[in-house]
Write a protein that binds this ligand. Sequence first.
Ligand code: ADP
Ligand code: MG
Length: 576
Amino acid sequence: MSTETFEFQVEARQLLQLMIHSVYSNKDVFLRELVSNASDALDKLRLEKLWDDSLDADVSDLHIDIDVDTDARTLTVQDNGIGMSYDEVGRLIGTIANSGTAKFLQELQEAKDAAGAEGLIGQFGVGFYAGFMVADEVTLVTRRAGESQGTRWTSRGEGTYTLETVDDAPQGTSVTLHLKPADPENQLHDYTSPWKIREIIKRYSDFITWPIRMVVAEGSATAGKSDEASAAEGSEAEAPEAETLNSMKALWARPRGEVSDDEYHELYKHIGHDWRDPLETIRLQAEGTFEYQALLFLPAHAPHDLFARDSKRGVQLYVKRVFIMDDCEALLPPYLRFVKGVVDAADLSLNVSREILQQDRHIEMMRRRLTKKVLSTVKEMMTKDQDRYATFWREFGTVLKEGLVTDPENRDVLLSVASFASTHHDTEPTTLKQYVERMKDGQDDIYYLAGESRQSIENSPHMEAFRDRGIEVLLLTDAVDEVWADAVGEYEGKKLRSVAKGRIDLDAEDEDTSGGEREKQTEEYAGLLGWMKEQLDGDIKEVRLSSRLTVSPACVVSDAHDLTPALENMYRAMGQ
Ligand code: ADP
Ligand code: MG
């Protein structure tokens, strides 16, 4: 068989350099990443076999094996899952598809010190490449289920990798790490110790639904076990038995009191492909005619592709502990697409399709209930933990505001958890409730101005009169803002009004320029107004006197129901 050598894609090479000279102190997580990939591969195979019974693959004993060779200093994680074809190995392992990675590397270069870099690695995660934190060479042998030929991938992580075909590869994937020399100073990082492996699996991967087994060879069996147990094993000698390291219990099916926050967080990291803890864990159990359990997570950070058309969205669907599908969009509305988690329904068919889910009445009810639960959790967060709420809204507020347009049923609660930048404070956002409490006597409406940035809005001539009179204005900078403000129209009976639209008469309570005075002025300036209209003919509808300016001589205003210039731009950008 010929061996071909390939170069890593630039981003991949940078990331590998980082792993090799890792500043990341928690190296244990490399095993979590490999086990997580193996578990995904087993899920995928089971599903593929379910859909296509003719697939030539053995699914009778799906599992993950961990094998340690103390003398050779190797650690192997092997699964008999879906595997990869020759092309897939090159594509999936040799490159980095994740668009967030480029941004990550950029930020990393800007990180001034090791602590900053470590924080960033902890945030982004590096999946398969994490192996290079502890190994100076990695070999992956894989054969895709249904195919006859396998592939071997090898790399020392230094710019190139090799690929060759192999004839005798078992179905699935094995990843062998040639561990870096032991550090005599730090026994804690001895990954050839069965005790260490047990501990890591227990901590990070206990909930994995496939058995994670380890065969402990004679001699190393004693590590981490009681004297009595090792004495008993010693007398049996020879034939080492595989030991299952994880409990395989579905966390969502266990009573809350039995599960620690850390355990929930590890599940989140596995399904969310995130290295960070979630912001909030949400549990829900529904009994009755349509039973289900849900374990949902609010991430602490928005993914980079939150607004990409083809971004992954949705939670995982299980039926009675059996994984059915990823990215199940039917279970939550699009504006909650960042929520991660698991929904386990008892009464669905294992063959349920996305199309069926979209139309199922029970699923529709489930979606409504889960939506309410997520929103009530956000509301609770708002009263109980201001900081956490602030983080949440900073990361996901823009998406949630889409719900103000698309989900009238939950509009009220969405309005109550929303917050906005405002002229009231330079940095602290305000809720609508707080705005209304601060409204001046005689002020009937809630004023806002939409624009590209806080600064450009504050410099707008539309703001002059409001600033002068000390009237608070919400400063809205998301593209969705004008859409929802238009759709919602009012809050608690107070109209939402753009200060850039229609007639705004701030002088209703200002005697001197109201009523007759204004008429007199209009007469007086009729000549000027007429002349201006003539000059700008075709571009404008009307020229009128206004009390909204104090410094600028003139400004352009839309009709109350016209698109504002910003909104026109947005629609144009969307190709409409
Ligand atoms: P992620 O798991 O977040 O996609 P990884 O770097 O961990 O990122 O893995 C990259 C890809 O390589 C996976 O998405 C998967 O397609 C493939 N892969 C990794 N390990 C395995 C495995 N054990 N079996 C099959 N495919 C794998
Ligand atoms: Mg992974």
